[in-house]
Design a binder for this molecule. Structure first.
Ligand SMILES: *[C@@H]1O[C@H](CO)[C@@H](O)[C@H](O)[C@H]1NC(C)=O
Ligand SMILES: *[C@@H]1O[C@H](CO)[C@@H](O)[C@H](O)[C@H]1NC(C)=O
Ligand SMILES: *[C@@H]1O[C@H](CO)[C@@H](O)[C@H](O)[C@H]1NC(C)=O
Ligand SMILES: *[C@@H]1O[C@H](CO)[C@@H](O)[C@H](O)[C@H]1NC(C)=O
Ligand SMILES: *[C@@H]1O[C@H](CO)[C@@H](O)[C@H](O)[C@H]1NC(C)=O
Ligand SMILES: *[C@@H]1O[C@H](CO)[C@@H](O)[C@H](O)[C@H]1NC(C)=O
Length: 351
């Protein structure tokens, strides 16, 4: 005993919170109905007594069960309990009503991911059928035979005022019951230590950022990282993922997911685009630049040559004509004539 007290004083042990559960589970009931409140929490050795509080004042019950056999308006109120080695439980607000129809709920304040059960209950267990459940005035569910309706995993969209209507001797409508769904953590945001585009070979830290909004003993978040449809890291307690040496294949759309251990709350981040520029791309760029420079030079040289040739061309043409005009026949004729003359001359001379 003194050991426990000492540990408590030193803060080495966190006493758990006691928890109240109801049987049947409804936090709102009709008069004359029964309900049993049960308190769960650790006890001290040799002392199993449980303390109950209604509206902050202790009531006589000292057992782990507080039974209300026939509820009266005086049983309405805020219940808490505490065992020897626990801190007081969260409150349970019990309401005792007088009406024809009652929308019974398993809880008025819940954390997202937890279930919520609704029941459309007639006074004195009168049969009700063709039941409609409403959320904020809009029909949520229709049930021919009056059955309970459970939302297995609530989310923030389940906030609102609920009521029901159903047929008995006539159509009855219940009063509204406000339901509050508390957010456990906001959707994460994926952040990178470097902004895109990233150069090949660099180290990139990705972090999946969110924060718990509610304190829960033992509550932990698990993180998963994805690129497109590929899983990079699945359900790790670390909210970080490292790309050791970025490669061009690491380019793509990244996103992450944060979940509770039981997977009842799963939230994903918006996508983050990462582009990794390869060194190959850079060399290819240089190759292109060089290639176009060489082609450009060749073109320049070509043009200069063309211009020179174009300037030279008219002169060469004249020359060619001259050759063909004065050389060719005439020359040959002349030479023939000359030859004839030279032949003739000796002949003449010989005559
Ligand atoms: C409720 O409590 C008041 C006093 O606080 C008492 O006068 C009344 O009779 C009680 N009603 C019932 C039904 O027990
Ligand atoms: C407890 O407080 C509520 C209002 O918060 C009141 O309606 C109810 O009658 C109280 N119950 C008792 C037993 O005093
Ligand atoms: C048992 O614990 C309760 C508190 O939960 C305390 O009030 C009570 O005095 C304790 N009884 C004994 C015998 O220690
Ligand atoms: C909330 O849960 C309902 C199903 O009960 C689902 O259709 C809806 O998409 C969920 N909303 C969000 C924001 O997750
Ligand atoms: C990335 O994370 C590691 C360890 O988590 C840290 O040592 C390093 O400094 C981080 N680098 C950058 C660029 O944030
Ligand atoms: C979480 O990831 C780290 C490295 O990123 C790894 O060493 C560790 O084993 C992982 N834990 C689980 C539970 O997968």
């Amino acid at each position: 005993m003194w050991l426990l007290t000492a540990l408590l004083l030193w803060g080495k042990l966190d006493p758990a919170k006691a928890v109240i559960t109801l049987q049947p589970p409804w936090v709102n009931i009709f008069q004359e109905e029964h309900v049993t409140l049960r308190c769960e929490g650790p006890h001290l050795p040799g002392n199993t007594s449980t303390q109950w509080f209604l509206n902050g004042t202790a009531i006589q019950t000292l057992t782990p069960r507080h039974r209300i056999a026939a509820a009266s308006v005086n049983d309405s109120g805020e219940y808490r309990c505490q065992t020897g080695f626990s801190v007081p439980s969260d409150p349970v607000q019990l309401e005792v009503h007088r009406d024809w129809l009652l929308l019974q709920v398993s809880s008025r304040v819940i954390t997202e991911g937890e279930p919520l059960t609704l029941r459309c209950h007639g006074w004195n267990n009168k049969l009700v059928y063709n039941v409609l459940f409403y959320q904020n005035g809009k029909v949520l569910k229709f049930s021919i035979q009056n059955s309970e309706f459970t939302i297995l995993k609530t989310n923030l969209s389940h906030n609102g005022i609920y009521h029901c209507s159903g047929m008995g001797k006539q159509r009855f409508e219940s009063a509204g019951v406000p339901i509050t769904v508390k957010e456990l953590f906001p959707a994460p945001v994926l952040k990178a230590s470097l902004s895109s585009p990233i150069l090949e070979g660099q180290l990139v830290n990705l972090s999946c950022e969110t924060k718990l909004l509610l304190e829960r003993p033992g509550l932990r978040l698990y993180f998963s990282f994805y690129m497109g449809s590929k899983t990079l890291l699945s359900r790790n307690t670390s909210s970080e993922y490292q790309i050791q040496t970025a490669e061009r294949e690491d380019s793509g759309l990244y996103w992450c997911e944060a979940t509770t251990e039981d997977g009842n709350v799963i939230k994903r981040s918006p996508e983050l685009e990462l582009q990794v520029l390869g060194l190959q791309i850079q060399t290819r760029v240089w190759f292109h630049v060089l290639f176009y420079m060489v082609v450009g030079m060749l073109f320049l040289v070509d043009t200069i040559f063309c211009m020179i040739i174009y300037k030279e061309l008219p002169r060469k043409k004249k020359w060619n004509l001259e050759i063909s005009l004065d050389s060719g026949h005439e020359k040959r004729v002349n030479s023939y004539l000359q030859k004839e003359r030279t032949y003739q001359q000796p002949l003449k001379g010989g005559q």
